[in-house]
Design a protein around this ligand. Structure first.
Ligand SMILES: C[C@@](CO)(OP(=O)(O)O)[C@H](O)COP(=O)(O)OP(=O)(O)OC[C@H]1O[C@@H](n2ccc(N)nc2=O)[C@H](O)[C@@H]1O
Ligand SMILES: Nc1ncnc2c1ncn2[C@@H]1O[C@H](COP(=O)(O)OP(=O)(O)O)[C@@H](O)[C@H]1O
Length: 319
């Protein structure tokens, strides 16, 4: 990995700052997303194998008269700047737990596609949490931060942890996984987002007459991650939400086919979509597949990334 200047292990407060804290947080791809039947609380039990990838948002917090949010980047217009923003919600939850007023300005430099199944909002929630914890000198434990993350959303704990992890329950209970090498990816960004609850709803509709089995992590997949074997990982990738995402957005089929025709080892929808993910052999193949995807006109952008990537971590603020 490059570009982690100023990284502080554990995301602790840079000594002597107190004015501005910046945290960088990765996107994710689900290399396996096994989905169980709908639970009474509306969620689904999962075996969710997360892999963090090297597309990052940066969340900067600074003291302010009141809680405000700004966002920059190509997708910034799609990000809510009110109290529903996951970064704002993180600041409020942490402040409440410590009897503080959440008087911070939060600036999000957004590079993760919005509503694309790459957990960009979750990344900003985890980033704001770690950044406010440092700004306010709270020194929360990892367990305290993970607890707040789980309250913010099912994917948020993984954004804090990064690397690779198996998420069980609704995806919030994490077991970190060993990864034995780098994997290379191309992500095709679609026009417009897909709503996560709608995709889970479509999964329920498509499986209404089926007995959905208990979700389980694949031993082959965990072994492929552990050994860093891209060909084996390609054979083990799976996403139970893919039929639902394709049902809601049939045009994704041609994007998946286009990337495979251009030489990707495997293709799948990322999480609830509509971003599609292509596992490739190396960075050179990544460039070839990205160019072919763009030329095909079946996606809005093609992004190259590698994994695993580190979880939320503090970096030097940009000036
Ligand atoms: C599908 C996944 C795969 O990692 O990610 P995305 O593709 O959205 O990034 C996740 O399960 C998304 O997690 P996240 O986006 O944090 O969802 P939450 O805010 O907790 O829940 C939003 C809604 O999604 C549905 N939901 C979410 C998680 C889960 N295990 N079962 C569900 O049914 C519920 O309808 C819930 O109300
Ligand atoms: N900081 C944020 N960044 C992006 N989206 C956010 C954020 N906070 C709340 N949202 C909302 O979350 C929705 C899902 O966005 P995102 O987390 O990017 O996608 P996904 O859930 O598919 O991974 C968006 O449509 C937006 O309304």
């Amino acid at each position: 990995m490059t570009g982690h200047e100023g990284q502080r292990p554990g995301g602790r407060l840079a000594s002597g700052t107190g004015e501005r804290v910046t945290v960088r947080v990765p996107a994710k791809v689900n290399v396996q997303l096994a989905v169980g039947g709908a639970r009474a609380d509306g969620f689904h039990d999962l075996a969710n194998v997360f892999l963090a990838v090297s597309l990052f948002d940066e969340v900067t917090v600074a003291p302010a008269a009141e809680l405000t949010v700004t966002c920059t980047g190509p997708d910034a217009h799609q990000v809510p700047l009110d109290a529903t923003n996951l970064a704002a919600r993180a600041a409020v939850l942490l402040a409440e737990r410590h009897g503080l007023a959440p008087n911070v300005h939060i600036d999000i430099a957004k590079d993760i596609p919005v509503a694309g199944g790459m957990a960009g909002g979750s990344a900003d929630g985890a980033g704001a949490l770690l950044a406010c914890d440092a700004l306010w000198g709270l020194d929360s434990t990892r367990a305290e931060l993970l607890d707040i993350c789980a309250e913010l959303g099912s994917d948020v704990p993984f954004s804090l942890v990064g690397g690779a992890a198996l998420g069980t329950g609704r995806g919030e209970r994490l077991t970190e996984l060993p990864v034995g090498g780098d994997f290379h990816w191309v992500f095709a960004v679609a026009d417009g987002g897909l709503s996560t609850p709608k995709v889970y709803g479509e999964f329920d509709r498509l499986n209404a007459l089926v007995r959905v089995p208990e979700p389980r992590a694949s031993a082959h997949l965990l072994e492929a991650l552990r050994t860093g074997d891209a060909a084996a990982l390609a054979g083990a990738l799976s996403n139970d939400l893919q039929p639902a995402a394709l049902s809601l957005r049939p045009s994704l089929r041609s994007t998946l086919e286009g990337g495979l025709a251009a030489g990707a080892l495997a293709a799948l929808v990322s999480g609830s979509g509509p971003t599609t993910a292509f596992l490739v052999k190396d960075p050179r193949e990544a460039a070839v597949v990205a160019e072919a995807l763009l030329a095909s006109g079946t996606c809005r952008a093609a992004r190259v990334a590698s994994s695993p990537a580190p979880g939320a971590h503090q970096v030097q603020p940009r000036h």
